[in-house]
Design a protein around this ligand. Sequence first.
Ligand SMILES: [Zn+2]
Length: 124
Amino acid sequence: MDNRPETKNAYPSRRQRRNSYRKPRNKRSFPECPICNQSVKFLLTAISVGEDNRPAHFDCVLKLLSETEDLGPKEKITYIGNGNFAIVSGKAGKNLVIRKKIEFENRESKSEWRKLISRNLKNR
Ligand SMILES: [Zn+2]
């Protein structure tokens, strides 16, 4: 798959080297998505992942689920609310059939970051 010539990465470019010691020190206002390692800027649409309930991008979770779940040719993963996803087939509204419900978020231990959001929303 990777056909790049070997010489290309022999020396780290100037830009790569600069980035390696410019760690985001004062930029840790956003949590890091455990799936793609990018910052999660919109916690309202984030989904808790793993035992430590870290916020992950909604799109990343969707992608992860569609890769790990065994989907039929006409099936897709969709979000059905409350931290739950489902494998569905058919068209939304009319003939939507839920084949399997995926309880993705651990709702027993509600994540700290989500509690913070709801607190912020209430204070508005
Ligand atoms: Zn992500």
